[in-house]
Design a protein. Structure first.
Length: 307
């Protein structure tokens, strides 16, 4: 019959596309790897790897099998855990993929509070942009995602967990810094520092501009950067103006390195969403983390989400 070790060996062989490297990673012999893969192929009645001279090439069947194999191993791990423990002491690793704004505002407080409540859960976080984070969840690399932009996919469920306002920030010596409030027309004359195209904050600003009747192409992009922190440094050095999430500029504004500028009749706002795969039952740590995000309001400087 099929054994869990078959699946573990299969996933390593798929990862390395090499039996010898899978053997090294698992500290078993290459012969054992070959035997287990052959056993799995026989069990499933399909070829998983084309064995070539220098390497093994995964077949389409192997690629289809991979997410299911990961799921089976995860469930087996949950089975062992729930047999060992009383339910109150949650344990396990929770993989969360997040885009950069939630990561900056969520990481410090949210994770610290969650870890205090559940010291047995280790949260492993990967930070990218909304697009990449969504892909990670869809591919099963992360169980939960927290993103600033919803990329609709029938395979995903989503729930709003916070509200996020985007504010224009400028350097203290910038002409706009002393203006009190300005019109959008005045703002678009200045060079902008923006996020890369996969970023939710960038698309949120572009959508808000379109709604206000201004083509995003009118922005003079001085610099495109894939980190918000780098954007704020560049703004503070006077290289341009930028839109940033209210949640992540607090300390720079307090220290006088950045000045927020109010734009009349223009307030780009978005929700932050938790996403997860529709077909999959969330693990206990993931369920706990999701309800924690929704109830604690820790995700945002401005408190719980506006319903």
């Amino acid at each position: 019959g099929m054994r869990l070790e078959y699946l573990e060996v299969f996933l390593e062989a798929l990862r390395w596309e090499s039996f010898s490297q899978a053997a090294r990673a698992l500290r078993i012999s290459q012969a054992t790897v070959s035997k287990y893969i052959a056993g799995l192929e026989e069990e499933l009645g399909t070829v998983l790897f084309d064995r070539q001279k220098r390497r093994v090439v995964p077949t389409p069947a192997a690629r289809r099998l991979a997410p299911l194999a990961q799921k089976i191993l995860r469930l087996a791990q949950q089975l062992r855990q729930s047999a060992l423990e009383p339910q109150s002491s949650l344990k396990g690793t929770l993989h969360v993929a997040t885009s950069s704004v939630p990561a900056e505002s969520l990481l410090p407080q949210c994770l610290a509070q969650f870890r205090q409540a559940h010291p047995g859960v280790e949260v492993s976080l990967s930070v990218s942009d909304s697009r990449e984070a969504t892909q990670r969840v869809l591919r099963g690399k992360a169980e939960l995602g927290v993103v600033g932009e919803l990329i609709k996919d029938p395979g995903l469920c989503h729930e709003p967990v916070a509200q996020d306002r985007l504010l224009l920030v400028v350097a203290p010596n910038h002409p706009l810094a002393t203006q009190g409030s300005v019109s959008l027309e005045e703002v678009v004359r200045w060079p902008f520092i923006v996020r890369e195209r996969g970023s939710g904050s960038r698309r949120c600003v572009e959508a808000a501009l379109r709604q206000a009747g201004i083509s995003p192409n009118r922005l003079q992009v001085a610099l495109e950067v894939n980190s918000n922190e780098a954007i704020r440094r560049a703004v503070a050095q006077g290289l341009g103006v930028a839109f940033q999430s209210q949640a992540v500029i607090t300390s720079e504004v307090q220290q006088g390195r950045l000045v927020p500028v109010a734009i009349r009749n223009f307030q780009p706002q978005r929700s932050l969403f938790a996403i997860y795969r529709a077909q999959e039952t969330l693990s206990e740590p993931a369920r706990e983390f999701l309800s924690f995000l929704k109830e604690s309001g820790c995700l945002h400087a401005t408190g719980p989400p506006a319903s």
